[in-house]
Ligand binder design. Sequence first.
Ligand code: ADP
Ligand code: MG
Length: 252
Amino acid sequence: MTAQEDTQRTDTQSGGTVSSHSESPPAAELLGVTKQYAGAETVTALDSVDLSIARGEFVAVVGPSGSGKSTMLNLLGLLDVPTQGTVRLAGTDVTDLSEEALTDARRERIGFVFQDFHLLPTLTAVENVTLPTAFEPGQDGPRAVSLLQRVGLGDRLHHTPDELSGGQKQRVAIARSLINEPALLLADEPTGNLDRDTGTNILEEFAQICERGVGVVAVTHDELVTEYADRTVRLVDGQLREGTRGGDGFAT
Ligand code: ADP
Ligand code: MG
């Protein structure tokens, strides 16, 4: 596919509804996943966790410090492998892939939004968004421009991170996370550094991302996030407890 076609495809706003994605395999699944860290004492960070994230579903993950939230995000993001159990991404078992195949699957299928953005300070907004693609650094990938326009930064394409507010940096990070059209978007405290209005805007952006069939998982302490999520799950000592269904935040 050419970059031009890619842009056109992305610009198609028809999108689709959550229900139209229900026949696709889940964006991601954890099946009986246990993660232990060996050491002087073995730590069971995740204990037989089952979790399925549908395409188009927004799942919030809450739980006290040390309950296994980051471990779960790392396993979903193929940054780590389980001690036991199965990880599936868009219907494909990725548990036993080689390091190289995991890297490819991560790049092609998963977007990350980190709490501290992880933007490169010397690159402009559009260069940061273009970075995970095959475009040469410094080139304005057309899809990067259209994604930045979508998150309301069409007039900040050539600003560097120190010329952007916290919320704007977060939007650049979100645009970058979507550049390779992931099936799954993983966010660690996506509203953690933002004021409430900016946080609300980011969450509305996540809701729109879901409408395009991406599964979103956000680790959070923020009740605002759980208000926007379709579902909140709680981790306690590495075990998952299903929470209530939210969703009021989608009624705009
Ligand atoms: P959370 O993100 O909910 O705070 P983590 O997933 O970071 O929790 O950690 C879960 C448990 O696993 C904690 O008891 C933590 O100390 C332990 N843990 C996390 N990473 C490692 C590691 N690399 N080595 C050993 N223990 C770890
Ligand atoms: Mg953590």
